[in-house]
Write a protein that binds this ligand. Structure first.
Ligand code: HEC
Ligand code: HEC
Length: 201
C-alpha cells in the first residue's frame, strides 16, 4: 500500500507552484454541458464567473461603504477616500487627482503602479458587492432598480466589453489580474443569460 501524501503537504507544493503563475483560467460554457437541468447549469456558470466577480480587482471598486478599498486583502484605501458626495470623490480630492486615464508605473514607492482608466470612479451604493453572497450579488446584478437600469443584454455587454471592467485583467505591476480573460468571462455571462440567468443559492 502506498503512503498517501498528507493534504497539507500537497497544499504547500500547490501554493508554491502556483504562486508565480496567473490564476487558473475560467472554464468555458461547454464545460457545463453535462449539467442537464437548465437552471442548475445557469447557476453553475454564474458561480464560475463569480471567480472574477469576487476577485479583489472588482471588489475594491464595489465596496460596502462609500470608500474604495485596495490590495488583495481589501484594506481601506490609503489615503482615506470618501465617495459619499459623488462617485468621483469629493470636490477637492477627486479620484482623477491621482488616478490617470491609464495605469502608470510608480517606481520608488511602496506600491508598484497607480491603477487608471478614463472613467475611474466608485461603483454606486446600489452596486455594492463586498460582504454579500454570490447569490445576492447575482440578484442585484439582474435588478434594474439597482444595476443602473440595464437589461440582461446590457449587463452582458458591460461585463464582456466595458473597458473599465477590462482593467481588472491588466491591472498594472503589483496586482494579480482577475482569472481568465474578459472575453472568456463575457462568454460565461452570456451563456448564464442564455440558460435563464439563474442565481446560485
Ligand atoms: C491621493 C491620491 C488618490 C486619490 C484621490 C484616490 N486614489 Fe485610489 N489609489 C491611489 C494609489 C496610489 C493607489 C495604489 C495603491 C496600491 O496599490 O497600494 C490607489 C488604489 C486604488 C484602488 C485599488 C485597486 C486594486 O484593486 O488594488 C482602488 C479601487 C481605488 N484606488 C479607487 C479610488 C477611487 C474610486 C477614488 C475616488 C473616489 C480614488 N481611488 C481616489 C491614490 C489615490
Ligand atoms: C475603478 C472602479 C471599478 C472597477 C475596478 C470595477 N468596477 Fe464595476 N462599476 C464601477 C462603476 C463606477 C459602475 C457604475 C457605472 C455605471 O452605472 O455606468 C460599475 C458598475 C458595474 C456593473 C453594473 C451593474 C451592477 O449591478 O453592478 C457591473 C455588472 C460591474 N460594474 C462589473 C464589474 C466587474 C465584473 C469588475 C471586475 C472585473 C468591475 N466591475 C470592476 C466601477 C468599477
Amino acid at each position: 500500500m502506498k503512503t498517501p501524501i498528507p493534504a497539507s503537504l500537497l497544499a504547500l507544493f500547490w501554493t508554491a507552484a502556483c504562486a508565480a503563475q496567473a490564476p487558473e483560467p475560467l472554464k468555458p460554457p461547454a464545460a457545463f454541458r453535462g449539467i442537464q437541468d437548465r437552471n442548475e447549469r445557469s447557476a453553475a456558470m454564474f458561480v464560475e464567473a463569480g471567480r472574477v466577480i469576487a476577485s479583489p480587482r472588482c471588489l475594491n471598486c464595489h465596496p460596502a461603504l462609500r470608500a474604495p478599498t485596495q490590495g488583495d486583502d481589501l484594506h481601506p484605501h490609503v489615503p482615506p477616500i470618501t465617495a459619499a458626495e459623488t462617485p468621483l470623490g469629493k470636490p477637492g480630492l477627486l479620484c482623477m487627482a491621482c488616478h490617470q486615464a491609464k495605469t502608470v508605473p510608480a517606481a520608488g514607492t511602496n506600491f508598484r503602479s497607480i491603477p487608471g482608466h478614463a472613467h475611474w470612479s466608485l461603483a454606486p451604493a446600489s452596486m455594492a458587492w463586498q460582504g454579500r453572497t454570490l447569490g445576492e450579488i447575482c440578484e442585484q446584478i439582474k435588478d434594474t432598480s439597482r444595476n443602473g437600469g440595464r437589461n440582461l443584454k446590457q449587463i452582458s455587454e458591460h461585463m464582456g466589453k466595458d473597458s473599465l471592467v477590462g482593467w481588472a485583467w491588466h491591472p498594472g505591476p503589483g496586482r494579480v489580474p482577475a482569472p481568465g480573460t474578459q472575453d472568456a468571462f463575457g462568454r460565461l455571462i452570456q451563456a448564464w443569460i442564455d440558460d435563464g440567468a439563474a442565481c446560485p443559492r
